[in-house]
Design a protein around this ligand. Structure first.
Ligand SMILES: NC(=O)c1ccc[n+]([C@@H]2O[C@H](COP(=O)([O-])OP(=O)(O)OC[C@H]3O[C@@H](n4cnc5c(N)ncnc54)[C@H](O)[C@@H]3O)[C@@H](O)[C@H]2O)c1
Length: 291
């Protein structure tokens, strides 16, 4: 299938399913995804519906896919109205993450993975300390460091998904940084890459946690220092209008029919889901983040 989010749609699903039929694939034929998160999400979706499901295996080839999207069973394709609007829960039979693939990954795609890794570190204090000790090696792509980081991230995700496979409760903490991150990505007209937007979203979540829930200032400084070493931004571009960002968050709220849920932290390693944040607090925090 063609590279990129643009191909993660029903048209590609139909093409892949048609090709599987031509090749004589039956209910026992395993489908293997070899690629980034886009290929994994789409192939998982096809595997879950082709002949009422065939075995699915995932070989993630991007950092983001290896540390995050390859595991958890969320499959999806996009609709013109938005991302991931069609999908199923369908677990892979196995996942094989080989670091060798990452050698050819462009820098921007590597960074997309780093955003998710910092997210996992904030969900697990021990992993956070490990990452502080190895951040420079990670940025250089040191194999031993990468191996540990991929394994630790995916293991943290596995633990959370096993508690809440169908995303009814605790699994929502995996959205840390993504609510504001998605608004920033969209408001920039997708000029800001996903990984950077998630970085800014995480920085916003930390600031809001400090302001509203006693997240220690020392933990914020540690987080910002770690993000800086991972080359992730902690500031929001001055030209981005806080009101416009908050407008996007309220549009999400209307879509969901309830308040937007933010993932907050009481300290590093202690996340929880907040029911809603007043607009003026959001605007002030975003303005603060421009300085
Ligand atoms: N299912 C989940 O739980 C989950 C979680 C997070 C993200 N996602 C989804 O993942 C997608 C993003 O995934 P992604 O960041 O991997 O993007 P991607 O799949 O678009 O891959 C990024 C780019 O890297 C190229 N590429 C892949 N492997 C490469 C390699 N080894 N060397 C060189 N180039 C390579 C791809 O062709 C593509 O151009 C989004 O659609 C998102 O919705 C899903």
């Amino acid at each position: 299938m063609p590279a990129g989010e643009g191909a993660k749609n029903m048209e590609t699903v139909l093409t892949v399913a048609g090709r599987l039929l031509e090749l004589g694939a039956d209910r026992n034929t395993p489908l293997i995804a070899l690629g980034g998160g886009v290929v994994g999400d789409l192939a998982g979706f096809v595997a879950s519906i082709y002949m009422r499901s065939v075995p699915f295996l995932n070989i993630p080839t991007t950092l983001l896919a290896q540390v995050d999207s390859c595991l958890g069973g969320k499959t999806a394709v996009d609709l013109p109205a938005g991302k991931n609007l069609l999908g199923t829960f369908y677990q892979p039979k196995a996942v094989f993450a080989d670091l060798k693939f990452l050698e050819t990954l462009p820098a921007g795609d590597f960074r997309n993975g780093l955003g998710e890794i910092v997210k996992y570190a904030l969900l697990d204090a021990e992993f956070f300390s490990e990452l502080e000790a190895s951040a420079d090696g990670l940025r250089r792509g040191d194999q031993a460091v990468l191996g540990n980081v991929v394994e630790r991230s995916i293991w943290i995700k596995k633990g959370i998904v096993e508690m809440d496979e169908h995303d009814q409760g605790i699994r929502r903490i995996l959205n840390l940084g993504h609510t504001v991150g998605h608004a920033i990505e969209a408001e920039s007209g997708f000029a800001i890459a996903h990984g950077e937007a998630v970085g800014m979203g995480i920085a916003a979540a930390i600031r809001l946690s400090e302001r509203l829930h006693g997240f220690p200032a020392a933990d914020r400084r540690r987080t910002e220092a770690l993000m800086d070493r991972a080359d992730l931004p902690v500031k929001i571009p001055a030209a981005m209008r806080a009101e416009a960002l908050v407008g996007r968050l309220s549009a999400d709220k209307k879509k969901e029919g309830r308040s937007v849920r933010f993932v907050m932290l009481r300290r590093i390693g202690l996340p929880f889901v907040n029911g809603g944040i007043a607009e003026d607090v959001l605007i002030e925090t975003i303005e603060e983040m421009k300085r």
